[in-house]
Ligand binder design. Structure first.
Ligand SMILES: Cc1cc2nc3c(=O)[nH]c(=O)nc-3n(C[C@H](O)[C@H](O)[C@H](O)COP(=O)(O)OP(=O)(O)OC[C@H]3O[C@@H](n4cnc5c(N)ncnc54)[C@H](O)[C@@H]3O)c2cc1C
Length: 471
């Protein structure tokens, strides 16, 4: 182990007590020689200076909920920002929306609490939400995370007023939507390769007046797929409401969730789903009651056409109840990740193996059918869930052992290659990190890799920050 000179007193040598910082939710695992937990921007700069002098690479960490290993160190130093989690200021604007300035390590749970405490009856919210509420604002910006409502509310950048970025040479860049908006592209979604986000001012908007969540159940995947296509091709609209999420969840995901449901506080009281059902579509409607009812009516009529009985659908309203059905959807990736964690106890080479691909102008039903048939012909088990209206499914391979893991890697590469030839996207919201770089390597889009190389030259020639991510 390298002996770390603790010049600043902010840097700690690695020991067993920091083991949890060597892994993220992808279960990809790394190693490091030292770790720090800066409490403000000055400390970030001081630590960076010390690391740069020694030529030690630095891996930046937020909530470590990433699923491509981008916060996992490959040697060097870990800079964990979880202690930088306070609110620095706020403002209520003339149009009754708001701004809140936060440190990067604040997570979504605390951010929501702070927004409620500060803005009270103004009923404001920050729309970006990758469903995983322990994700931090810094991590969300660095990954350009989307989540289930990204397709209606838009990307993260739309909700950023300004941010501060510390470059590897200690220079602070102030990026704002007034002065230099083109700069955002060099930070958002770039997985920390251009700098450390040290402060962000978020734009808050009015919450929808009401939210409903409706879950429709289908006896065949074909029916679920055709229902999704029917809605996609003719999205129900009203003047005062809109579809805020449309998620597909397959039977294997439901089985994984039900196995662990009793231990999951938010969903343990939801009823079990009849074993006849092959899949479900979870749909949120945001707006006022009248508009929501109009859209819900249309959804129910269409569901009947695809053999889903509206009488057994779960229909809930109000934030608290909708939180529960949203948590059910979130439990799909959560339990898939827990499955991998369990398998890793037998073989540490096993990591998460999930897709993050989308393709326009294809039938959702066909995409689902193709994923299912190639899983079956490979003899692999997988669970399938994701964003229906965007043809953006996350297929998670569930390997029983390392041989199946290797087969799973091959299958994901085959899918990526097919998507690439059909001009689909092989990376959407999870990023590339270290895991997808390893798995997809030569298949990754060359123009994006070239763009990231140029950014490295511009911001971090010595490759100090987040070495191993993307490049
Ligand atoms: C169950 C589950 C469900 C998920 N669902 C979704 C989903 O629906 N949509 C989605 O997009 N993602 C999803 N994710 C992935 C994850 O939550 C997001 O990628 C999230 O944005 C990561 O935030 P984090 O704070 O945990 O970042 P980390 O995992 O700690 O880091 C992610 C990347 O951001 C960088 N980073 C972190 N903080 C900073 C900073 N201050 N400055 C510069 N770089 C920084 C890291 O170096 C790393 O490259 C899910 C994860 C889980 C576990």
């Amino acid at each position: 182990m390298v002996i770390v000179a603790e010049k600043s007193g902010l840097i700690f040598p690695m020991s067993d007590k920091y083991e949890e910082y060597l892994i993220d939710e992808s279960k990809f695992t790394g190693n490091a020689e030292s770790i720090s937990f800066p409490k403000n921007e000055e400390e970030i700069i001081e630590i960076l200076k010390e690391m740069k002098e020694k030529g030690t690479p630095v891996t930046i960490q937020g909530g470590k909920t990433g699923i491509v290993g981008s916060a996992v160190p490959l040697g060097g130093h870990i800079m964990n920002l979880s202690y930088m989690n306070s609110v620095k200021g706020y403002e209520i604007l003339d149009d009754e929306t708001g701004l809140i300035t936060v440190e990067p390590g604040i997570n979504l749970i605390d951010l929501k609490k702070e927004i409620l405490r500060i803005f009270k009856e103004k009923a404001l919210f920050w729309p970006p939400e990758p469903t995983e509420t322990s994700a931090t604002v810094g991590g969300i910006c660095a990954t350009n995370a989307q989540g289930i409502s990204g397709f209606v509310y838009g990307n993260v950048q739309k909700y950023i007023k300004s941010l501060r970025l510390v470059s590897s040479n200690g220079i602070i860049n102030i990026i704002s939507d007034n002065d230099n908006p083109e700069f955002f592209d060099k930070v958002m979604g770039k997985e920390g390769i251009t700098g450390i986000i040290s402060e962000v001012t978020l734009k808050l908007i009015k919450k929808p007046q009401e939210v409903w969540g409706i879950s429709f159940f289908f006896e065949t995947e074909e029916d679920a797929g055709n229902f999704t296509d029917a809605i996609k091709n003719n999205i129900p609209k009203s003047d005062t409401a809109f579809i805020g999420a449309f998620e597909y969840i397959d039977r294997n995901s439901i089985n994984l969730i039900e196995k662990r449901k009793a231990d999951m506080a938010k969903i343990k009281e939801l009823p079990d789903i009849d074993s006849n059902f092959a899949g479900m579509c979870y749909i949120e409607i945001h707006g006022d009651d009248e508009g929501i009812e109009e859209i819900a009516g249309e959804l129910m009529e269409t569901a009947v056409m695809y053999n889903s009985d509206p009488d057994i659908a779960w229909a809930v309203s109000g934030e608290t109840e909708v939180e529960k059905t949203r948590a059910f959807r979130h439990a799909a990736p959560e339990t898939a990740n827990l499955f991998i964690e369990e398998k890793r106890r037998d073989d540490k080479r096993i990591t998460k193996l999930g897709t993050d691909m989308s393709i326009d102008d294809e039938s959702f039903s066909q995409i689902l059918k193709e994923y299912r048939s190639s899983l079956e012909s490979s003899g692999l088990k997988g669970c399938v869930f994701g964003h229906g209206l965007e043809n953006h499914l996350h297929v998670n391979i569930l390997p029983e052992n390392y041989d199946e893991y290797v087969k799973g890697v091959e299958l994901i590469r085959k899918w990526a290659s097919d998507y690439k030839s059909k001009k689909g996207k092989i990376i959407c919201e999870h990023g590339i990190g270290k895991l997808k770089k390893q798995i997809l390597s030569d298949l990754l889009p060359k123009d994006y890799i070239d763009e990231c190389k140029a950014l490295k030259d511009e911001f971090d020639k010595d490759m100090i920050l987040n070495r191993g991510n993307i490049l």
